[in-house]
Design a protein around this ligand. Structure first.
Ligand code: MN
Length: 505
């Protein structure tokens, strides 16, 4: 069965505490959602502000394939504002739980029902597609909820949505009231689940199993409080888990990671590392037993292939490392020690790991260099020229010249400081060639005083999630940062070149 994906990143997602998007940013996210293949984009809540209306208008005029919807309370002025934005699809809601009736709306059940019917009729009279939500449905009286659904259906609603507004439902209860809603309304049902108890996706799936056709979801699960059901988890679970029934969505799953990162950057909310599907660690491995398993067959410790969601797996070594993992990591950089050398490298890795330290690929490679006693790592990227200017009353500006595999490139850029300007200039060059960007930057001072040594650790990432970290130590903060960056880029490009060779051979 085809499941309809109603994305509310731009409405409920934008109601995340601390998030507010400009109209232009809303439009750019809407375009990404459209590319991803969502069926509906809830573009916003027109009545809230002028800026919100501008954003929604930009989206309704953008000629997207997805249906565009806007939120409205059950009041004429809210619905008029939606019409004014060029919307022909509204999601209108009124609370039905006694808690909301008593403390928020100060209305009786009959008054609420009358408001709901009036709004649906008003929307239909204006030619709109109307999806009706009974806010706080899961804490509403079950008989009253059935009555509301049946009456709004008679009033002409096109769809019914069941919001688990405070994430209070269990999967079992979600299934029961979904069945109630189908029986009472005979309309297509949506479920809108919140994650207050970490059950949003489970509840949404339970609704689908009980006959709902649509789920309201957001990218990265953003939304009020603990957020909404996350689009990427919901879609991948439906597609990959062993359900008796087969489900399909219109989502191009290979774009999931890219879209997640794009939204995270624009809304300014980082994705937790252990988040399913899109978190940094979701396809990362450290323990020796796991890396060994992965190397013989990824299915041993990965439920799905990372490529399916537009990612690549990564491995790192630490105190749990085994010989296979270390060997595989070195091979990624074209370093091939013999068995004895490999043992010595592993001993050192474990000794450092036992001190509680993380061993990035940079340390692993320097250990390998030490033991192999030669410069085992090839340099594809070399810094051949660099200057930076900074001061008061002038914007920090950098010039860099880089040689990549025999070709010279020049980049210049400004920044908030000399380090930023230098890294921006480098990214201008490498961004074009391999979409490399700085993911993390850390600066430490090793000793005191103005002539102290500094240590810069940089983590860089390319478009498909290949990551590499590099560390550089020096006296000059700017030059040390530039060197770390160039090292990191060198490793990513080395990985890519070797991968391409493998595919070619
Ligand atoms: Mn919500």
């Amino acid at each position: 069965m085809r499941v309809r994906i109603f994305d509310t990143t731009l409405r409920d997602g934008e109601q995340t505490p601390g998030v507010a998007l400009t109209p232009e940013k809303k439009l750019s996210i809407a375009k990404r959602l459209d590319d991803l293949g969502v069926d509906v984009i809830e573009a916003g809540f027109p009545i809230v502000s002028e800026g919100e209306q501008q954003g929604i208008k930009l989206i309704t005029k953008a000629n997207l394939s997805a249906e565009i919807c806007g939120l409205a309370r059950t009041s004429k002025k809210d619905i008029d504002a939606a019409i004014d934005c060029g919307l022909n699809y509204i999601h209108t809601f009124i609370a039905t739980s006694d808690i909301h009736l008593q403390y928020k709306l100060k209305m009786t059940r009959d008054e609420v029902l009358a408001k709901a019917i009036e709004a649906v009729e008003y929307g239909k009279a204006h030619g709109l597609q109307v999806e009706f939500s009974a806010e706080d449905a899961t804490r509403s009286d079950r008989e009253f909820l059935k009555r509301v659904f049946s009456e709004v259906a008679k009033a002409g609603a096109d769809r019914i949505d069941i919001p688990d507004t405070v994430g209070y439902s269990t999967p079992q209860y979600m299934a029961q009231i979904t069945k109630d809603a189908i029986a009472a309304s005979k309309l297509p049902i949506s479920v809108h689940c919140h994650n207050d108890f970490g059950l949003a996706v489970a509840n949404a799936i339970s609704g689908i199993q009980a006959g709902a056709q649509c789920a309201h979801v957001t990218i990265n699960g953003i939304g009020e409080r603990a957020g909404n059901a996350s689009l990427e988890e919901f879609v991948m679970a439906l597609q990959c888990l062993p359900f008796e029934q087969k489900w399909e969505t219109g989502i191009k799953t290979k774009l999931l990671y890219e879209t997640s990162r794009y939204v995270s950057n624009l809304v300014g909310i980082a994705v937790q590392p252990n988040k399913a599907i899109v978190g940094e660690n979701a396809f990362g491995h450290e323990s020796g037993i796991h890396t060994h398993g992965i190397l013989s067959n990824p299915l041993t410790y990965e439920p799905i292939s990372p490529e399916l969601v537009g990612r690549t797996r990564w491995m790192q070594v630490g105190k749990h490392a085994g010989i296979h993992g270390v060997s595989a990591m070195l091979e990624e950089y074209g370093v091939k020690p013999n068995e004895g050398q490999l043992r010595l490298i592993l001993d050192k890795v474990k000794a450092i790991g036992d001190q509680g330290k993380q061993i990035t690929d940079v340390e692993l490679l320097s250990i390998a260099n030490e033991i192999l006693g030669e410069h085992a790592i090839k340099r594809i990227v070399q810094l051949t020229g660099f200057s930076v200017s900074t001061g008061i009353g002038t914007m920090p500006y950098a010039f860099v010249k880089i040689n990549i595999d025999g070709t010279d490139y020049i980049g210049t850029d400004y920044g908030v400081g000399p380090v930023d300007a230098a890294l921006n200039a480098i990214q201008k060059i490498t961004g074009e060639i391999s979409k490399v960007r700085v993911k993390e930057y850390k600066l430490d001072s090793i000793s005191g005083g103005s002539a102290a040594l500094c240590e810069v650790t940089i983590k860089v990432e390319d478009a498909i999630g290949n990551m590499s970290s590099a560390k550089s130590i020096g006296e000059d903060i700017v030059i040390t940062s530039v060197q770390a960056m160039i090292d990191g880029i060198n490793r990513i490009m080395l990985k890519k070149t070797l991968k391409q060779k493998k595919i070619g051979s």
